[in-house]
Each structure stands twice: as structure tokens, then as C-alpha cells.
Design a protein around this ligand. Sequence first.
Ligand SMILES: NC(=O)c1ccc[n+]([C@@H]2O[C@H](COP(=O)([O-])OP(=O)(O)OC[C@H]3O[C@@H](n4cnc5c(N)ncnc54)[C@H](OP(=O)(O)O)[C@@H]3O)[C@@H](O)[C@H]2O)c1
Length: 335
Amino acid sequence: MNTIFFIGQIIGIIPVSAILLFVLAKLFSRHCRSHMKDGYGYGVLITGCDSGFGHQLAQCLDHKGFVVFAGCLSPGGAGAQSLARQSSSNLKILKLDVTSDEDVERAKKMVQDNLPEKGLWAVVNNAGISDWAEIEWSTIEDFRNMVNVNLFGCIRTSITFLPLVRAAKGRMVYVSSIFAFFNCLNMGAYSVSKRGLEAFADCLRVEMASFGVKVSIIQPGNFGRATNILKMKTGLDIWEKLHKNRRQIFNRQYINLANEYFLSTCKTGFKDADMVIDALLHAVMSAQPKHRYLLVSVMDRFFFQLFPFLPTVLTDAVFSLSSMYAKRKEMLYAK
Ligand SMILES: NC(=O)c1ccc[n+]([C@@H]2O[C@H](COP(=O)([O-])OP(=O)(O)OC[C@H]3O[C@@H](n4cnc5c(N)ncnc54)[C@H](OP(=O)(O)O)[C@@H]3O)[C@@H](O)[C@H]2O)c1
């Protein structure tokens, strides 16, 4: 009887011990590979370093020892110059307009000529522009400008630099936005550009997995006060651009209200970019970077995590229930 009991205990212990050993081994290997300690010997290219997230990330990665290739739209401008002053001689300012084939090719040559011993570890596709307008207030040019920078700029940069990143089995990082999946009034052109960007990054991740290159998407919420992304405009700016036929529908009173609403929403955003910079550092330096980094307040996290999985009838209802949407409905066509 005792022997049977003893054998039973052994049989029970074996799978439990195996599971424990497996979990411990996983934790140990994760701990050993959790982060690069520093970036010595590695290069990183960041686009859009004149201001905002790109500017701050360039400084952080410079402090961590990376050779930073800081792409700037205006290398002679105040942002690029202050970045150069505050950084080590390892940080190189490049003229890089992501909409220009020549700039991107010239940047590649400059990176290749100055490549550190461990190669180009990461490209952070950060350069971007933003604007807000209803679709009917926009022209095809407005959409084209947005997509040229936010989407085609990233695609151009990625295709050019992928061979270098593949050689280092490194990282491709894309700064997207919650507006890639959060369909909202006034963000049509921006959403088109960021949703396209995420489609590109998702496809690239699948293709790059077999080469050991990891791809991450950063999805910041409202950090308008922490960077220079907001281009302020007045109700009059919008009104003057509006076609006369549309002025009868989107009357002046509504345009002013929409402008005030937008400005007040922007003022509720995060004051500093720490959360975004931490996520970017994790995407570049962690052994296990995430596919997506959703960067919103703790209060908003559940809503934004759930939103992409809701049926369209519910996601549309979220907007139709908002006070702004109701006011809009009342004010359209009004004199
Ligand atoms: N801040 C937010 O709330 C927020 C939220 C979600 C996503 N994002 C995204 O975060 C990224 C960084 O934006 P940010 O908030 O840090 O704003 P930012 O301060 O305006 O930084 C954007 C940078 O991109 C540069 N840039 C603009 N057009 C370019 C071009 N054609 N080629 C190369 N660089 C160009 C800008 O140069 P100039 O300064 O000379 O214009 C600027 O240095 C963008 O992709 C943006 O869409 C921001």
C-alpha cells in the first residue's frame, strides 16, 4: 500500500517539477537577455529629430553610447543645432527630408561611411506631421501631404535602410498613433496615413521574422503639449479655405465651435514625453520588444485596448453619443 502511495507521489511530482523547471529556465533566460546594457558599437538612425520625440530619443540613445544618426528636416535650424550642442561627438546630424529620394540615399551613404563596428542596429521611423479637419474641408493635396510624410516617408526610409538593419539582425520601429485604429471626427487624413503605416509595419514584421529583425509599433495618445506636433489654426483659417458651397453646410458658428473643441482637447494631453521615450527605448534595447506599445493614461487604457475589437455599430455609437457630435448635428445647415 505504502509503495503504491510512494509511486503515486513520484508520478505527481514529475510533471509539476518539469513545469517549474521550464518556468524558471524561461525566467532566467529572459533575465539574462532582458536588455542591451548599452549601445556601444551600434548605430541607430532616427528620423524627425528637430523636435519632439525624435529629438529626445536621440539624446537618450547618445547617452547610452549608440552612434546616433539624427535625421533632421532643417539641419541648420534651432532644434538640430541644440541637439548637436547637447550631445557627444558620436551623434551625427543628417539632412533628412523623408519625402526626398535624394536625401534618403545621401543619408544611407553617410550612415554606411560612418557605420560603427556592430552595424546599424535600429531605424526609428518617427518623422511625422499632423493636422485636423473634417474630410469635406480637406483637399486631395491635404491628404497627399500627410501620406507623403507619414506613410511614404517611412516606406522610403525602410526600403533603403533594411539591408543594413537585416545585417545586424536589428530593429525597425514605427511611431504611429491611436488614430491608426480610433476613427474620430476631424482626423481623416492623419488616420489614413497612420493606418497605412501600421499595415506596412505589420506586413514587414511577418517578412522580417525569418531574418531575426524585430518590428515594433508605437501608438501614442495625446502628447500634443509635449512636442511641436500641433499646428494651431483659427476658425477663420478653416473658414477661408472652405469652398463657398460648403460654407452653407458647415456654417461659421460650427467651425468656431469645432476649432475651440479641438484646442481644448489638445490641452488635456500629457505634458511630457517620458512614456513615449521609455517605450521607444524598450523597442530598441529590450531582448523582447513588444509588437505594439499603446501609450495612453491608465484610465483610458481599457477603452483603447477594447476599441479595435468592438463591432462597427458600437465604435460608431461611441461618437454619436458624444456631446460634440450632438451639437454638430444641431448646428449643421444653421445660419
Ligand atoms: N505628439 C503627439 O501627441 C503624438 C501622438 C501620436 C503620434 N505622434 C507621432 O509622433 C511622431 C513625432 O511627432 P512629435 O509629436 O514629436 O512632433 P514634432 O515635435 O513636430 O516632431 C516631428 C518631427 O518630424 C519632422 N518632420 C516633419 N516633416 C518631415 C519630413 N518631411 N522629413 C523629415 N522630418 C520631418 C519635424 O520637423 P519640423 O520640426 O522642422 O517640422 C519634427 O522634427 C510623429 O510621427 C507623430 O505623428 C505624436
